[in-house]
Design a protein around this ligand. Sequence first.
Ligand SMILES: *[C@@H]1O[C@H](CO)[C@@H](O)[C@H](O)[C@H]1NC(C)=O
Ligand SMILES: *[C@@H]1O[C@H](CO)[C@@H](O)[C@H](O)[C@H]1NC(C)=O
Ligand SMILES: *[C@@H]1O[C@H](CO)[C@@H](O)[C@H](O)[C@H]1NC(C)=O
Ligand SMILES: *[C@@H]1O[C@H](CO)[C@@H](O)[C@H](O)[C@H]1NC(C)=O
Ligand SMILES: *[C@@H]1O[C@H](CO)[C@@H](O)[C@H](O)[C@H]1NC(C)=O
Ligand SMILES: *[C@@H]1O[C@H](CO)[C@@H](O)[C@H](O)[C@H]1NC(C)=O
Ligand SMILES: *[C@@H]1O[C@H](CO)[C@@H](O)[C@H](O)[C@H]1NC(C)=O
Ligand SMILES: *[C@@H]1O[C@H](CO)[C@@H](O)[C@H](O)[C@H]1NC(C)=O
Ligand SMILES: [Cu+2]
Length: 573
Amino acid sequence: MFKPILLLLSIPSTLAAIISYDWNIGFVSAAPDGVSRQVIGINGQWPLPVIEGTAGDTVTINITNSLGNQSTGLHFHGINQKGTPFMDGPSAVSQCPVPPGSSFTYTFQLDEPGTYWYHSHSNGQYPDGLRGPLIVHDPNDPYAGQYDEEIILTTSDWYHDEVGTLIQQLLNTSNTGFNPPIPDSLLLNDTQAAKFHFTPGKTYKVRIISMAAFASTLFQFGGHQMQIIEVDGSYTQIATADQIRVAPAQRYTVLIKALATTDLNYAFLVALDINRDFTNVSASVFPHNITGYIVYDESKAYPSFPVEVDTWAPADDVTFQSQSGQSLLASPTKEITLNFTFGIDSQGVPRSYFNNITYVAQKVPSLFTAFTTGSSNTNPLVYGTVNPFVVESGDIVQIVVNNNDAAIHPFHLHGHQFQVLERPASGSGAFDGHNIAFLGAPMQRDTVTVNANSYVVLRFQANNPGVWLFHCHIEWHVIMGLAATIIEAPESLAGGTIPSDHQSVCNAQKIPLAGNAAGNTQNFLDLAGANTQPPNPDNGPTFEPSCVNSGSCDEKRKRERRHRRSFPVLEAF
Ligand SMILES: *[C@@H]1O[C@H](CO)[C@@H](O)[C@H](O)[C@H]1NC(C)=O
Ligand SMILES: *[C@@H]1O[C@H](CO)[C@@H](O)[C@H](O)[C@H]1NC(C)=O
Ligand SMILES: *[C@@H]1O[C@H](CO)[C@@H](O)[C@H](O)[C@H]1NC(C)=O
Ligand SMILES: *[C@@H]1O[C@H](CO)[C@@H](O)[C@H](O)[C@H]1NC(C)=O
Ligand SMILES: *[C@@H]1O[C@H](CO)[C@@H](O)[C@H](O)[C@H]1NC(C)=O
Ligand SMILES: *[C@@H]1O[C@H](CO)[C@@H](O)[C@H](O)[C@H]1NC(C)=O
Ligand SMILES: *[C@@H]1O[C@H](CO)[C@@H](O)[C@H](O)[C@H]1NC(C)=O
Ligand SMILES: *[C@@H]1O[C@H](CO)[C@@H](O)[C@H](O)[C@H]1NC(C)=O
Ligand SMILES: [Cu+2]
């Protein structure tokens, strides 16, 4: 039904293909857990199609926004977008949101083999269903011959309310406990009845993808072990595990060997982990479990008891060794420390902060600011309140996240697979700056969890010019502002050309394409008019045509806010 059109290019030395998709994005009704609701579908279908190709292929996706009342956009999570930073997808970072009625074409190369996914990166939209798998096959697979078949298994928390409603509860002045919306259920492959059919003697390569908005999922297969071979698009040396914990946006590819006989069928348990901190057993709550089955013989009974797990002690990914053998990157030439906290802002709204700054989307998408502010683009000031960090080409960048919250959070960097150097236990406090020794080849991935009241140390080499978000992948925390912006090699971004599709969708909404964060093309250091407060109310993905007509949503919202208030407003906008 979703068969991509394959056009083989006659390039002599390679067999790279162009894989084209034509996607009409619109609401459809679905009931994956028995409760019917409106979800965001593609070409009238949900669950969504798989994007699939081989490393080196080019993907082109023409999306048409038929949602009617929401803007949209797509991000291809884990794809590095080398040379195409304007195809990364986050609204206000590398593009303007695509308004209802508009089309937009994404074209990019599948640069590295592995297990990825795509999702909306526009105003917290993906929990309404706009997310699906993205698989890049490997002609030079180091594990070729060690498995017989491949299976995708997605996992996701699920809500019965739409994102817009959940955002109103989240960003509510009465939400002083910073409570995220709690999921209503858990889905496996967008159903609650996932089954593997195994044949004795075969080995299965299972690509586990978390498309969750909030909660991690814990996996244990009855009677079968997992051999982990890939995390987030980076091969690992084989790591054997009975349990894994898959945080939102993470992927684990595991080999599972079928047993020798068809005597029994087996269950596997997937538990939604909404723990504030899963290492604290007394705080353990698993409100949603799903039992799936490994079926050898349909005519035989399924196990009558679900897998019982007394203790979750999932594999520690920091102990994995990268299969690439790439040793620890040399001492950092650029260090970025991000202290993460929650707090109430001057309007009484709960927010999340890096170094006391909550991310505020700007008028001009940050990448276009880098393109159009000449040599001033090396000055973080021109980007506005987006937590900008400028790194130079070739820098060895070390990012430290100090998590001052009593829960685990998954952090994701666009544009790179970073090395994970150190992630101590909960309660370890802030990183003290010591030199890090690492034996062998550190694991690389694109989304890493940080334990409660603890830290993580990451490293990557600045070899991919672009503007890349670094953010918590709990979607609710992104909405609360937990994001920073890496401005990578700005000197090679200056003068960059904004593709015509981008120009059209920005122009259609009167969003400026050039200048600093405020759209000032004369004086790049004059930030007057830049957004300094997050939108309040935050209407999430809702398209606001009135903003377009008045030229600026920000101006319109300010007016509304002033009218609503019956007391003097002291903060300066
Ligand atoms: C994308 O799809 C829309 C709607 O079908 C169509 O009007 C438009 O021409 C397509 N764009 C490209 C580049 O194919
Ligand atoms: C999950 O869905 C994918 C298609 O998205 C399918 O290929 C796969 O077989 C399904 N996995 C299971 C375990 O049913
Ligand atoms: C904000 O929270 C209050 C108290 O819990 C509730 O009455 C109100 O409906 C909430 N507002 C929204 C928009 O959800
Ligand atoms: C563990 O969780 C319980 C229940 O939420 C809480 O009372 C206790 O303080 C927590 N312990 C630690 C060490 O965080
Ligand atoms: C889910 O599974 C875990 C592990 O076996 C168990 O502790 C928990 O009670 C289960 N929760 C529910 C609601 O069944
Ligand atoms: C982050 O927190 C640590 C520990 O409290 C502190 O030493 C450091 O100065 C803070 N860094 C920033 C950028 O705020
Ligand atoms: C952040 O805010 C806290 C509390 O208001 C203050 O103690 C701290 O100095 C601030 N840190 C920075 C880096 O501004
Ligand atoms: C947008 O339209 C869909 C489909 O009719 C509806 O379910 C949803 O509630 C609407 N959203 C908003 C914010 O109006
Ligand atoms: Cu978070």
